[in-house]
Design a protein. Structure first.
Length: 224
């Protein structure tokens, strides 16, 4: 189990970050929702559970998970049906059939340790059915010391995923999303944000095994 040295004492800092990002995340969720396949969503590395909470508020069947028990306890206290799960070994802890896996800035995928990144992609691949979706949000800041978009595209392909779509998002600092009109923010993220945003959004889909026909799964998302 990869713990990345998170301890309960970091929870206040994580909650402060979550509050600062809530307006930005709330604006982002409607953009994200159409890319999910119909069916349950598993969020890995959910932290305080804000994305899962916002998705659940829209009526989606979402289960947040994290490797840290104190974070899972916090999410349970918020009324989320959270689970302790290791993103590098999902099959051993999975409790039901999921057609989607969601991850945002999860430590085991933004690390420069590409062997660990590959292990995580293989874990997600094993947990999904053919045609299932893996939606991953990767920070895209200049000078970052973690894995880069080209690493993820190469590793995802090797793990057995097809890239359905990718785009950038978030043109402004998180704090401004609670201060500017929603129409202005949507216009900014829908134009400049797609070109210069500080996060990559990857929509991956598990391809069928060679010689196996893809099962029919109705698609609620875009294929562009």
């Amino acid at each position: 189990m990869t713990e990345f040295h998170y301890v309960p004492g970091v929870l206040p800092t994580m909650l402060a970050t979550t509050r600062r990002q809530r307006a930005k995340d709330a604006l982002f969720i409607p953009t994200l929702v159409p890319y999910f396949r119909p069916g349950p969503i598993l969020e890995i590395g959910a932290g305080c559970g804000q994305l899962s909470e916002l998705l659940a508020a829209r009526g989606l069947d979402v289960t947040p998970s994290d490797v840290q028990p104190f974070l899972v306890d916090f999410m349970l206290s918020r009324g989320l049906q959270a689970r302790i799960m290791d993103a590098t070994d999902l099959v051993s802890g999975i409790d039901r059939h999921y057609t989607n896996v969601l991850a945002q800035s999860i430590s085991v995928l933004i690390t420069p340790d590409l062997e660990l990144v590959e292990e995580t992609y293989e874990s997600v691949h094993a947990a999904l059915p053919a045609g299932g979706r893996f939606i991953f949000i990767l920070p895209n800041l200049w000078g970052e010391h973690w894995s880069r978009a080209r690493d993820h595209l190469r590793i995802a392909d090797r793990a057995g995923f097809d890239l359905v779509h990718r785009f950038r998002h978030q043109i402004l600092p998180s704090v401004l999303y609670s201060q500017l009109p929603g129409a202005v923010l949507r216009a900014a993220d829908g134009s400049l944000g797609r070109l210069l945003g500080i996060r990559w959004v990857f929509i991956f889909e598990r391809r069928p095994a060679a010689g196996v026909e893809r099962p029919a799964i109705a698609d609620a998302g875009s294929e562009d």
